[in-house]
Design a protein around this ligand. Structure first.
Ligand code: TXA
Ligand code: MG
Length: 328
């Protein structure tokens, strides 16, 4: 159990009070900031959809204080779900499981299953422990936009629409949770995220990854066009491609997202090199802030290089591909 963050007890108290009154609060998690409401109240949850401008066919993730509360909200939990929960909770893993009736239809978009996770950010854990209900929380961004990884990101877009932002500093992981569903007790990854595929496979053996497709409207977090900033994003396999884009767009209007080294072809100002030391976890933590920073009027094109397709690099590439799919 993490030490109770006493320095923040006033803020936690305030957040709890608002949530008990059916209001929305933005909460820090280790992945991204969430826009939280009482998961057992349809009217509170309806506010999430309204504020995010989110279609009601996109189900929400429910956040619990403790793994031991799991069976209050879901049933028929396969043994491997417990193995995964034991290995990765609290942490960036969401398990999709058959829901119990007390979870409102709105939370699950009418699906018979619900996505559940136990987050590990100490402020949100302390908040959840105070409440006698779980929190439904999607990422705290307008629907389809890049997820927020700081309280400022939330403030900039939703500040005037929500009652309170619990500021827990920048998110440690910076990518949304890995989502796993079960088919006949066999796990399958629905969304790559903060737990690397290799880490999952170490615990449960081979795990299939569902390739996303726009033909599955029940889960837009898996749609190809999502997580997108304003300017078009183009993925490049090789840095030689930068020269081609420079012929059409002035270099001063091109933003660049790279892994370890900057490009001499572009001005330094709009280059975001995510981890000069080559750590994919550091790159992941900085990715969304870089995409946001490049969403500005003087940038007309964002070039992003493909990251190594291992560990968190897979989830980074997944988010970049979806950001790039926005306009194609
Ligand atoms: O890290 C995270 O998961 C963050 C933090 C706040 O916990 N939350 C997050 O929520 O990314 P959101 O709403 O942006 O993405 C939730 C996605 C949905 O779009 C959908 O793809 C999937 O979770 N999902 C939720 N419930 C599901 C269900 N019953 N079946 C299939 N997919 C589901
Ligand atoms: Mg989201």
């Amino acid at each position: 159990m993490p030490p109770l963050p006493t320095a923040h007890s006033t803020e936690i108290h305030h957040a709890a009070h608002l949530l008990e009154a059916g209001k929305l609060v933005a909460i820090p998690t280790e992945t991204v900031y969430g826009l939280a409401a009482n998961a057992l109240s349809s009217s509170a949850v309806a506010e999430i959809f309204r504020v995010k401008n989110r279609p009601t066919f996109d189900p929400l993730i429910v956040h619990l204080a403790e793994t031991q509360d799991l069976e209050k909200y879901v049933q028929q939990v396969p043994p491997l779900a417990y193995v995964l929960a034991r290995a990765f909770w609290p942490g960036p893993l969401t398990l999709v499981l058959p829901r119990r009736a007390l979870i409102p239809d709105l939370v699950t978009a009418g699906l018979p299953t619900v996505g559940i996770r136990v987050p590990r950010h100490p402020l949100t854990r302390a908040l959840l422990q105070r409440l006698d209900f779980p929190l439904a929380a999607p990422s705290a961004n307008p629907f389809g936009y890049v997820s927020p990884t700081t309280a400022d990101h939330v403030r900039q877009q939703l500040g005037d629409k929500i009652d309170f932002i619990l500021d827990g500093g920048p998110c440690e992981v910076g990518l949304e949770s890995t989502i796993i569903a079960f088919e006949k007790e066999k796990p399958r990854v629905l969304r790559l995220g903060g737990i690397a595929l290799e880490a999952l496979q170490e615990v449960v053996g081979m795990v299939e990854v569902q390739s996303h497709s726009s033909s599955q409207p029940q889960a837009p977090g898996m749609l190809s066009s999502h997580y997108a900033p304003g300017p078009p994003v183009v993925l490049i396999e090789s840095r030689d491609e930068i020269a081609l884009y420079q012929e059409k767009t002035p270099p001063s209007q091109i933003g660049f997202i790279g892994f370890q080294a900057s490009s001499p072809l572009l001005p330094a100002l709009h280059q975001h090199i995510l981890s000069p030391s080559g750590h994919l976890s550091e790159a992941a933590a900085r990715l969304f802030a870089a995409l946001r920073a490049l969403d500005q009027p003087d940038i007309r094109l964002i070039l992003a290089e493909v990251f190594p397709e291992v560990g968190l690099g897979r989830a980074i590439n997944d988010r970049l591909r979806r950001a790039a799919a926005k306009r194609t």
